[in-house]
Ligand binder design. Structure first.
Ligand code: 0L1
Ligand code: MG
Length: 263
């Protein structure tokens, strides 16, 4: 009962913070019982609330904290995952207004689109690739609802892994048409290179992050569904965005994704 109340309180606060674009303080101080398991339940409740309010549905999943550097910064050894909704999807050709956001950042990701269900507790990298229809460059806008992006692991899980919006680039390739591990990536803001990286920055191979998530989802009886999109985790540090910023990511042999921000 107390657990249900805790989950509802946290989900409701995060739902309102996102809807009205204000920051909240992390919850672990007031809810010391908040652990990763409870936090994933709060995330599920938050997603239910968003689906109902936005009349939308699940588009897929995302991973976060997939780089060793980010995990070390948070003092954790595992990534986190969240849910992507249809309402979070933006397109490259429409300028993105900053109005709905709190303190948005953007980061380059590799998106996977699945052609069949991916389920199991010991799923491997080849199995992820085999179930993948297409891969493409993507950009993820993260917008933590926590003051100054300051949170613990359970806090960020409850907040749907800071997810806010995503943009798929192109063209679409079959997973065996690119070397997702050695593939180079250039991330630019207003024509200036701000980061370079390779696919291997995501847990050695972006499909490894997805395999980790599928194995974790199996504990809760969940799986990736055919047609779902999964963002495998950022290839480098996210960067803050302001009105007028043009962001591009180019990936060797995989194409590019672009986002332009306005007031
Ligand atoms: O997609 C991400 O890597 C975000 C995970 C949560 C951590 C953050 O907000 O920086
Ligand atoms: Mg991300």
């Amino acid at each position: 009962m107390l657990q249900k109340e805790t989950i509802d309180n946290i989900a409701t606060a995060l739902f309102s913070a996102e809807r009205e674009a204000f920051e909240v303080d992390k919850f672990v101080d007031n809810y010391p019982q908040l652990n990763a398991d409870l936090a994933y339940r709060a995330q599920e409740r938050l997603i239910e609330m968003k689906c109902e309010a936005e009349k939308t549905k699940i588009a897929g999943r995302k991973l976060g904290l997939t780089s060793v550097a980010k995990q070390q910064m948070m003092g954790v050894h595992e990534p986190v995952y969240g849910v992507l909704l249809d309402s979070m999807r933006l397109t490259e050709d429409t300028p993105i207004s900053l109005a709905p956001f709190i303190h948005p950042k953007i980061e380059p990701e590799i998106a996977f689109v699945f052609k069949r269900e991916l389920k199991g507790s010991s799923v491997s990298v080849p199995e992820v690739l085999d179930a993948t229809a297409y891969v493409m460059p993507a950009l993820e806008i993260i917008d933590s609802r926590y003051r100054n992006f300051s949170f613990t692991l359970p806090d960020v899980i409850a907040d749907n892994a800071s997810s806010s919006r995503f943009i798929l680039g192109g063209p679409y390739f079959k997973p065996d048409e690119a070397d997702l591990r050695l593939m180079g990536m250039v991330f630019k803001k207003n024509g200036q290179v701000i980061s370079t990286s390779t696919g291997a920055a995501v847990m050695g191979h972006p499909a490894r992050a997805i395999a980790w998530m599928v194995n974790k989802l199996a504990e809760a009886g969940q799986s990736i569904q055919p047609g779902e999109i999964v963002l495998s985790g950022a290839l480098c540090e996210a960067t803050a965005v302001s009105a007028g910023d043009l962001i591009t990511v180019s990936m060797d042999g995989l194409g590019s994704a672009t986002a332009f921000f306005t007031n």
